[in-house]
Design a protein around this ligand. Sequence first.
Ligand SMILES: C[S@@+](CC[C@H](N)C(=O)[O-])C[C@H]1O[C@@H](n2cnc3c(N)ncnc32)[C@H](O)[C@@H]1O
Length: 204
Amino acid sequence: MLKHKTYNRIARLYDILDLPFEHGRYKPLRRVLFDGVNGALLDAGVGTGRNFPFYPNGSKVVGIDLSSAMLARARQRRDKLGTPVDLREMNVMEMDFADDSFDAVVSTFLFCVLDAEHQLPALKELNRVCRPGGTIHILEYALSENPLRRSIMKLWAPWVRFAYGAEFNRNTEQYLEAAGLDLVEKKFLYKDIIKLLTVRPKTS
Ligand SMILES: C[S@@+](CC[C@H](N)C(=O)[O-])C[C@H]1O[C@@H](n2cnc3c(N)ncnc32)[C@H](O)[C@@H]1O
């Protein structure tokens, strides 16, 4: 199922609901995502534009999202911060960009929202639009192996599913090979629950 209705519904509240996590957890991680990234950059599932303050100076950024309401919030943030970003309504599985359009792709908390059957088509599209040798950074949730943390996450799961259409256990890396992508690095940036996947289009 596509999640635009979920995000059109929650867009007004998204930044407020996420505020404690944004400040307590996500902000320092977003900075790491853009280390060493430059040139033409795609922010896939841009949401309300939480990544804007971290875009590298001089890069040419396009942000896409399926939800018009999330994009409307992103436009407000763009105007307030003066971020030079081109915002477009698009499905990550069918993007309107030529092959190899971007030097780098970043996606934060998009794949936990995409259903299992949408993981592979979305990864294939990221591969298609990222140039050979380019970098794709995917920041995602994972279900903790720690028993206490895992139980707490399981208690949260119904709310996260209802409000965000998201799951903690998408395990996106299992689709990389089929999508023609190499896993360069997987590292946890916050406990064992937020991971950064660095991937690259395979060179044949
Ligand atoms: C959890 S939010 C993350 C937003 C932002 N990246 C952030 O870090 O705050 C997920 C975003 O992905 C968008 N999204 C969901 N399915 C999508 C799809 N198929 N194509 C593009 N964007 C999608 C949603 O509308 C939402 O804005």
